[in-house]
Design a protein. Structure first.
Length: 376
């Protein structure tokens, strides 16, 4: 039976008692459900007609895409083209706080854009890196990155905390890390996860951009097989997207004090290590930041996030961007797994963008302000 594993991301992680979310083709359910009953495996159907759910999600596109950027709607999902137009627009209209640049090109030749956000108040400032959309189908990620920028620009004058953040720090924000994959998830396969690089031996595309980093590369929780969702790639940094971002982070490693990566879904705030069960040296500071961030997040709508080291809170995985950032001297490295816990999975409805981003914003501000204080 061919199934698409949504949670966890790989069969390696399935042990007795694991709750798994799988997507199955319509014709497979006839054989799968009796099998589950026979094996005495409990199941719930979360989405009975996925095709319909997808059509509902993207069916309203045409009428609203051509609106002016001043009326940009942050409560809908946007295509890659729309996001890049939006970035260029902000670069033109908010040049006092926004500077757009590219760190390289994707496998298919698309520019890898980053927004540098902050007041040019002094020559040297610490910085925070934020990326979204490493995994193509996790659309709520890019939606949050855009929300963050909007909030920063809209509240800079009125919110003392935001003013402090943008005066004392720079934010490097990459709304769509995996540009080729994200584009493909809009045009061809809504549930595409990986990059779009070609494999010569196998007729499978793509590498898991969160297993391709040079930290315990292709060990536990990653696959050597090019057709798997967690394929680690032929070698570390084989993906131009990963290589470009790694190069940028290495170059600015002394300046960047926090690395935040946004994923979906699980409602978790994770910190290193992913690849081993071991406590990080600055555990107390990181753990405190996570604890406070999760509480801040919960204060908005009562949504609970679990937090802790990725290996024991989610699962062991090697070659992740978060571990790499930490290993390369960035003291605060976090990965968010945004809403939900499986009811909608990767198809988080647009009406949940606003509450999800609002609560996540509280957590990110909390981590940032924690960063500006000394922690011992």
């Amino acid at each position: 039976l061919q199934v698409d594993l949504w949670q966890p991301s790989s069969p390696f992680y399935i042990v007795e008692g694991t709750v798994t979310d799988v997507r199955v083709p319509q014709n497979t359910t006839r054989s799968l459900l009796p099998y589950l009953q026979q094996a005495n495996i409990q199941y719930t159907i979360l989405i009975s007609d996925l095709q319909k759910a997808i059509e509902n999600e993207t069916g309203l596109r045409s009428y609203r895409t051509r609106r002016s950027l001043s009326g940009y709607n942050y409560e809908v999902y946007h295509s890659l083209e729309e996001i890049q137009d939006w970035m260029q627009h902000l670069n033109r209209t908010h040049s006092d706080l926004v500077h757009m640049f590219s760190v390289g090109k994707s496998y298919e030749g698309r520019p890898l854009y980053v927004l540098k956000l902050g007041k040019r108040s002094r020559p040297y400032k610490k910085a925070v890196w934020i990326d979204c959309g490493i995994h193509a189908r996790e659309w709520i990620g890019p939606a949050f990155c855009q929300w963050f920028v909007k909030e920063a620009l809209q509240t800079y004058e009125t919110d003392p905390a935001m003013k402090k953040m943008l005066t004392q720090l720079y934010f490097y924000i990459m709304p769509v890390f995996n540009v080729d994959g994200y584009h493909f998830s809009w045009t061809n396969d809504r549930f595409w996860r990986k990059t779009r690089s070609k494999n010569t031996r196998f007729h499978c595309h793509g590498v898991d951009a969160n297993r391709n980093w040079k930290v315990k590369w292709c060990d536990e929780g990653a696959s050597f097989h090019p057709c798997d969702d967690t394929y680690c790639g032929p070698f570390p940094e084989s993906e131009p997207e990963v290589k470009a971002v790694a190069h940028f982070l290495r170059k600015h490693r002394k300046q960047i004090k926090a690395y935040l990566s946004f994923h979906a879904y699980a409602q978790m705030l994770l910190y290193p290590y992913s690849y081993k069960y071991e406590t990080i040296p600055n555990f107390n500071c990181v753990e405190l930041a996570a604890y406070n961030a999760v509480n801040a997040l919960q204060s908005a709508y009562g949504v609970r996030y679990r937090y802790g080291p990725a290996s024991s809170t989610l699962y062991v995985s090697s070659g992740s961007s978060m571990d790499w950032a930490y290993k390369n001297g960035i003291p605060y490295a976090f990965a968010f797994e945004l809403r939900d816990t499986g009811h909608f999975g990767f198809l988080l409805p647009e009406m949940l963008i606003k509450p999800t981003c609002t609560e996540t914003m509280l957590a990110v501000k909390n981590i940032t302000l924690h960063l500006l204080k000394k922690c011992h």
